[in-house]
Design a protein around this ligand. Structure first.
Ligand code: M6R
Length: 603
């Protein structure tokens, strides 16, 4: 999704903006732009469609500033064209604005206030910047006041960074439901939609809450609420190294992140069980114990992790669990149990679909927990409790290590709750040992890259469709495996409950259609093998991934035996590598697949 950067008070503004925009590339974008002001009467606006390199090529050595704002745009309103790229500017070219989010009442505001204005783009953002200008002119307001007046009228989501040619030593900001941070650097300050963009400038950041506005200069930050009342906020340190977000010796992040999964599992075990302070508070466990039903809410890969979590929690903690797709749940709230507890799973902690559900359940005063990879994210901040994934920054758009981390943290939570309730299933479950076994087993899988690359080429790279089937946890894995293949290789893939295929979808099986079967649980292994026979007899090209104790000598890949409830942690890894190698063979950009964004901050 869109990314925002801004700098005030540094003569290297151009370089800082471009480097920050490059670090935000992973979020997905289709155009980029910067506005620079040298505070001595010279300013410049440059925007380009496509990659940041196009923007960089358009900049000349003279394009320098003491302050500036930059943006990567993921098109929502209007095509990805240069006119629609940000920054947008007011008719009189006084104000320049970058925006992340969607203003839902822009058409109404345009009609009410801006009938005589000539628009250059199709965007909601241009309406916002023209409105700021309109109020500045008609009501004789300064930039801060005009921005405040404007945001009071807006509906929807926004993170804004605004510059005014009349006050070029300031960046004006406002935020509602879209991420934005202030970074405090040495002699200058920055803004960004993700700390990753500015980690080489500072590790000291300040949160901005929904409804707040701010004015930033080289040496000051003033925050106010939407009525203009001052807000005081302590900065915090981001414990992340700029190296954590580098590719190292890898060609792309996706493979690096797949390879990091054993380390992630070991880190989770050590953070949750060996550091002095336990991550699981008494208060969280008591709130969970008081609940009569848990509702897991998530999107995409995180939703798939929730499906695996459900079985872990129900088995180990003996409490019913429902798993819901966030974008459906918020608008079709089911009849809830008497004492619900909500768990939000989100790598980024910024997913708008999940945020809208959190907003709703907070208003109903239900307790909430966010499990996220970004501890200071909005979902983490706004939930009653939060738990970290400890996966380290995940940069590739296709989520890999965050998925295994989400399952691991849910297993830890399930065991803690079950042990608190003194349930034998939880007493017998040794999660630390299981995570260690899983880490070793994943290492064995990623060490077989040559073989998995060969399978990816033979089964997927030259196909137009593929199916993944399984039962129970194998079904959850099939859904995630299909999503991975679709996202990066652009091959049409579907995950199905193995027993459901014969009820219609089997009609799609043709000669050589790849069908991957996950055989991960003893209870259903024989039935899933029968389903494989059904597709085989219709010409499919089956690829069987099984658990060692359930394996047959013809299976293409046999995984180590760990607790069946955790088998998805292992089984997803070959599927991630199939997706990766098929995408590479097809010449795709694996880290930034077409049309996708890392952090989906619009509903
Ligand atoms: O940051 P989140 O976990 O909330 O993101 C949810 C989905 O957008 C995300 O999992 C998406 O499906 C990924 N592209 C999957 O690889």
């Amino acid at each position: 999704m869109c990314g925002i950067v801004g700098v005030v008070g540094n003569s290297q503004t151009t370089d800082i903006l471009i480097s920050g925009l490059k670090k935000l590339e992973y979020r997905g974008y289709d155009s980029a732009g910067v506005y620079l002001n040298d505070q001595q009467g010279h300013d410049v606006l440059i925007k380009r469609v496509g990659k940041i390199i196009n923007l960089q090529k358009a900049l000349t050595p003279q394009d320098q500033g003491q302050a500036g704002i930059g943006h990567t745009r993921w098109a929502t309103h209007g095509e990805p064209t240069q006119d629609n790229a940000h920054p947008h500017f007011s008719q009189d070219q006084r104000f320049y604005l970058v925006h992340n989010g969607v203003i839902t009442n822009f058409a109404e505001l345009k009609q009410k206030y801006l009938t005589g204005v000539e628009f250059r783009s199709d965007t909601d953002t241009e309406v916002a910047v023209q409105l700021i200008d309109y109020f500045a002119l008609t009501e004789h307001l300064n930039a801060q006041q005009a921005l405040q007046k404007t945001v009071q009228l807006l509906e929807g989501s926004y993170a804004f960074a605004l510059m005014d040619r009349q006050e070029p030593d300031k960046i004006f900001i406002a935020k509602n439901k879209s991420p934005l941070l202030i970074g405090l650097a040495d002699g200058y300050n920055v803004v960004c939609s993700d700390a990753i963009a500015m980690l080489d400038q500072t590790h000291t950041f300040m949160e901005i809450h929904d409804g707040e506005l701010g004015v930033i200069t080289n040496n000051s930050v003033e925050l106010t609420d939407h009525n203009g009342q001052p807000v005081s906020r302590q900065p915090y340190q981001v414990q992340m190294d700029a190296n954590d977000v580098s590719k190292g010796t890898y060609d792309n992040y996706m493979l690096k992140e797949i390879d990091e999964q054993p380390v992630v599992l070991r880190r989770i075990a050590s953070q949750y069980f060996q550091s002095a302070q336990s991550q699981l508070s008494e208060s969280l466990l008591t709130a969970l114990q008081n609940a009569d039903r848990l509702y897991i809410v998530a999107a995409g890969t995180s939703y798939h992790a929730g499906l695996v979590g459900r079985q872990l929690i129900e088995d180990l903690a003996d409490v019913p669990v429902e798993v819901h797709i966030a974008s459906e749940f918020g608008y079709h709230l089911p009849k809830l149990s008497a004492r619900p507890f909500f768990i939000f799973l989100s790598q980024s902690g910024e997913t708008a679909d999940s945020r809208q559900v959190l907003d709703k359940v907070r208003k109903l005063n239900y307790p909430t927990l966010t499990i996220t990879n970004v501890p200071n994210s909005t979902l983490a901040r706004e939930a009653t409790y939060s738990l970290p994934l400890c996966a380290g920054p995940e940069i590739a758009v296709a989520s890999t290590k965050a998925y295994v981390a989400q399952i691991a943290v849910q297993a830890i939570l399930a065991q803690a709750l079950g042990r608190q309730k003194q349930l034998p299933a939880a007493q017998d479950f040794d999660i630390v040992q299981q995570l260690s076994l899983a880490a070793n087993a994943i290492q064995t899988i990623v060490d077989q890259k040559d073989y998995l690359q060969q399978l990816a080429s033979e089964y997927f790279a030259h196909q137009h469709a593929a199916f993944f089937i399984g039962r129970g946890n194998g079904y959850a894995t099939a859904l995630e495996a299909a999503l991975k293949l679709k996202e990066v290789s652009y091959i049409h893939a579907e995950g199905f409950a193995a027993g459901e295929l014969k009820h219609g979808t089997i009609a799609l099986i043709e000669d050589n259609t790849p069908v991957v079967a996950f055989i991960l649980e003893s209870q259903t292994a024989a039935h899933t093998r029968s389903n494989v026979k059904e597709v085989l007899s219709r010409g499919a090209h089956p690829l069987i991934i099984s658990k060692n104790s359930l394996a047959d000598s013809h299976d293409q890949l046999v995984l180590a035996d760990i607790d069946e409830r955790l088998m998805p942690i292992l089984a997803v890894v070959p599927a991630q590598l199939f997706a990766y190698y098929a995408a590479v063979e097809r010449g795709n950009d694996v880290d930034q697949p077409r049309n996708l964004a890392k952090s989906v901050t619009v509903e």
